[in-house]
Design a protein around this ligand. Structure first.
Ligand code: PBG
Length: 321
């Protein structure tokens, strides 16, 4: 107790602060999400996400070389499709955008990890994450298609499969499909607690997904914490190698709880809306962007994340943490 104990003893000297810091963020922890568009000539700025561009498919090789040279270790790939249909079948066509972009990225920078977002909303005309039967996205039909997409991604060179459709049984279905096609060593990073969040707004513009309706019948209710734990535990039981919580900052309690209940590596996705809030507030002069980015990423680590998906990864690679 004071005056014997004084917290400030350990705070005055910057070197002592460095020595005692409990959590650090390095480029080894970060995954950079990218948007790749077919039939596009030039890099197209995403208005709602300052600093983010849709990458033309034909310039992807050059772009991933630059990303890798900057020190980024892993990317998450999203296709911006011009070949949408009712089921998102282009995503499991071996000559489709998903297969081509995966292969092109791996050919250009073999050491850069390619994590394949495994979902359909970028490839369906209605914008939903699966096949629609009647009024609803059909779960069991969709997980079969997720299996097909995973095999195509793995065959094209994807290092990690990241299912984000929030269908029940998707991890088990993907594990079975991968194992059945010789990819038993390809890990699954499951978007296990993915909430029906308004923070995905800018992403939908970036990825060109015009959604009819909403995703509340398959993504989680933002008010639910216990359910997030059940989702995570069930993905672990189905064979997920890495769990994920998404979005990150409004769900730090969920991250912490998953951390305390699972021994698996844990990822957090700082999503498009979290990025946009920081960028636009900084542009308005309201906050110091660099400091806020460091603070949010440190908080995400403190809550228990091992890995962070963030659109700030390139800024950090260029400017340091
Ligand atoms: C695809 C997917 C989405 C995001 C990642 N994968 C959109 C959604 O579920 O609506 C959002 C990422 C972001 O907002 O940065 N299912």
């Amino acid at each position: 107790m004071f005056p014997i104990s004084r917290f400030r003893r350990l705070r005055a000297n910057p070197a002592i602060r460095d020595l005692l810091r409990e959590n650090t963020v390095t480029l080894n922890d970060l995954i950079y999400p990218i948007f790749v568009e077919e039939e596009l000539d030039d890099f197209a700025p995403v208005e709602s996400m300052p600093g983010i561009f849709r990458i033309p498919e034909r310039k992807l090789g050059q772009a991933v070389k630059e990303i890798h040279a900057a020190g980024i270790k892993a990317i998450m790939t999203f296709g911006v499709s011009h070949h949408k249909d009712d089921t998102g079948s282009d995503s499991w066509n071996e000559n489709g955008l998903l297969a081509r972009m995966t292969k092109r990225a791996k050919d250009a920078a073999p050491e850069l990890l390619v994590i394949s977002d495994t979902c359909f909303c970028e490839y369906t005309a209605h914008g939903h994450c699966g096949v629609i039967h009647g009024e609803d996205v059909h779960n069991d039909h969709t997980i079969e298609n997720l299996g097909k997409q995973s095999v195509i991604a793995a065959r094209a060179g994807a290092d990690i499969i990241a299912p984000s459709a929030m269908m029940d049984g998707q991890v088990a279905a993907i594990r079975t499909a991968l194992d059945g096609h010789g990819f038993s060593n390809t890990p699954i990073m499951a978007y296990s607690s993915k909430f029906a969040s308004a923070f995905y707004g800018p992403f939908r513009a970036a990825a060109g997904c015009d959604l009819i309706g909403d995703r509340k019948a398959y993504q989680m209710d933002p008010a639910n914490g216990r359910e997030a734990l059940r989702e995570s535990m069930s993905d672990e039981a189905e064979g997920a190698d890495i769990l994920m919580v998404k979005p990150a900052l409004p769900y730090l309690d969920v991250l912490k709880e998953v951390r305390q209940n699972s021994l698996l590596p844990l990822a957090a996705y700082q999503v498009s809306g979290e990025y946009a809030m920081i960028k636009f507030a900084a542009q308005a002069g309201a906050i110091d962007e660099h400091r806020v980015v460091r603070e949010t990423l440190s908080s995400i680590k403190r809550a228990g994340a091992d890995l962070i998906l963030t659109y700030f990864a390139m800024d950090i690679a260029r400017q340091g943490f």
